[in-house]
Structures are given as C-alpha cells and as structure tokens.
Design a protein around this ligand. Sequence first.
Ligand code: NDP
Length: 328
Amino acid sequence: MDQEKIFHALVLDHVGSNACVKNMKISDLPEGDVLIKVSYSSLNYKDGLAVTGRGKIVRSYPMVPGIDLTGVVEYSNSPKFSTGDAVILTGWEIGEKYWGGYSQYARVKAEWLVPLPASMKPKHAMSIGTAGLTAMLSVMALEENGLQSDYEVVVTGAAGGVGSIAIALLSKLGYKVVASSGREEAHDYLRELGAYRIIDRQVLSREGKPLETQQWGGAIDTVGGKTLTGILRSLSHGGAVAACGLAGGSDFCTTVFPFILRGAKLIGIESVLCPSETRRKAWERLSQLLTSDLLERITQVYPLSEIPRLSEEILDGRVRGRIVIDVN
Ligand code: NDP
C-alpha cells in the first residue's frame, strides 16, 4: 500500500474546533493490524455530540470522528481477516478515543471487526450502525427476560435511529408495538415501520403516582429522564425496560415500588464494548429481520461535508430514521 496515498477525512483538530474535511495520507493513520477502505459511515446521536462539541465524547486530538464504519479490508496483518473481506466496525471507542469512520481509510484492530453478513449491502449495514445494533441488543435483552406478548411493548424516541429500528424489529417479531414520539408529522412513517399505536411523548413524561395501571410488557427507552420514570410505573408484573439512551435527560427519579411490588427489571444496554460473540449474533439477527426495502425507507445518504450541519440537527431531534454517510 502506498503510504503517501492521499484521501479525505473529517477532522477535529482540537477542543472546540470546527470539523473540517481534510487531505490525509495513509501514513497519518494510527497503528492497527487491518487497513480498511471505508465505503460508508453513519450519523448517531453520539456523533452529533462529538462533532458539535456539545458532549464530552472526544478524548484525544486530532480526532477523526464517526463511531461506525463499513468497508473492505485492503491489508491485514491478522489471520482473522484477509484482503477483500467486507467488514463492519461499530463502537469500541472509535470516533471517541481512536480514529473513526468519517474517513476514506481507517486502520483498526482486527478484534473490533465483524464480518458483513452475506445478504447485507454495505450501505444497509450503516443504515443499521450503532443505532440498529443497540435496538437489537435491547430486543435480545427483553427476550432474555421473557417478553410478554399479552401486553404492548413501548419504544420511546420512536422516530429516531434506535427507535425506528426497534419498532421494525419488535413488529417483525410479532409484538404490539406502541411508538412514543413528539413528532406528529412522523406518524405515517411510524405506522409503516410497524407501530400498532402511537402516543405523544408527553404521555410518558408527565407526573404520576408511584404505580399506575399495568400497560407495558416491556419497553425500549432511548429518552431517559421523566420518560423512564413514567415507563417504570406502568410496567406489567415481571416486565423489563431496556434503558439505552438519554435523548431527553440523563437523570431520572423513581420509587422502589415497581421493583418490589411488580418485580420490574431495569436492564442497561451498552453497545460500545459489547463482546464480539454477542455482536455477531445481533448482526445475524438484524440481517434476518430487516429487509432492504425497510432499510431504504428509513435512510438518507449524505457526503462527509454535510456532517457538521446534520450533527446539529440530530441533537435537536430533527433527524428522522438513519443518516448514512457516503465517505467517497
Ligand atoms: P436520534 O436523535 O436519532 O433519536 C432520538 C429521538 O429521541 C429523537 O428522534 C426524538 O424522537 C426523541 N427526542 C429527542 N429529544 C428529545 C427530548 N428532549 N425529549 C424526549 N424525546 C426526545 O438518536 P439515536 O437514536 O441515535 O440515539 C438515541 C439515544 O440512544 C441517544 O441518547 C443515544 O446517546 C443513545 N444511544 C445509546 C447507545 C448505547 O450503547 N447505550 C447506542 C446508541 C445510542 P421523537 O421525535 O420520535 O420523539
């Protein structure tokens, strides 16, 4: 590989700097045992926080942000992968501590990579990305707890990335999914994804008694704050909530009653350092459950140069579904 080869990447030079697309050389890339020619990345809420500097995500500078990528192995020093293999990388602190996916090339550790499932197009792997992996991990966590199909399952932050994919997965699995959203204009979209019913996000975040009528057999919560409090008080006996996000706030206040009187379970979902074996299982299930048609419907594709603008939009809750970044 020509170490002087020039390519493009989005770079954050220092704390508070604006993200700019710059020319880089292969020799500028950090060490790693696999060099990947990246085809697509994606935009997640955390990328928005990193690129705008509105969250303390980036831990060293200069940084190439982007917590997801997919591409083809150009060179490998590891027996696990060979030149030409199509791979996915999400999390493992890329775009935070290590250089990430907003780049035409990335040099990374082999142990972070998952093979692209045979039936999946690279673009669709990034329609899924960290958001979709998190949705799948949340569904798997609810299944392990024994998701009760005689009650509805609620998904919050429904029109966002994690929410959209969570609705599609649960609906495909045959559950009655209730989408909690603040956007009336997204209702048709949510029904198309498989939502059985839609509630305004304020229904869950309003004040209430410590326990209310049992309503949810399970929940996937991307919002946190008062919304999580609201879910817990209406969780059915033995039900669980997969808590994966904080789009509405990181603090929440509850009583012990849902836990000691209804056996409610609060399950934390963490996608960044999730073990490789679990990831592979999750990606295989994602490839079985999500069709290309559905992934096209939830996806918009943009170039590297649009990331700063889109980062503001995702933090303001104005992005619907998933944004894929075509780095080339
Ligand atoms: P998106 O921005 O795509 O979706 C978030 C959604 O939350 C919005 O679309 C909106 O949905 C809703 N929302 C936004 N602001 C508020 C608010 N102030 N109050 C209530 N609801 C709000 O983000 P992602 O789907 O990428 O991520 C969702 C959350 O999950 C984030 O907090 C992210 O950090 C977290 N996350 C966690 C992961 C983990 O490993 N635990 C991995 C990936 C994401 P609507 O308009 O329908 O109401």
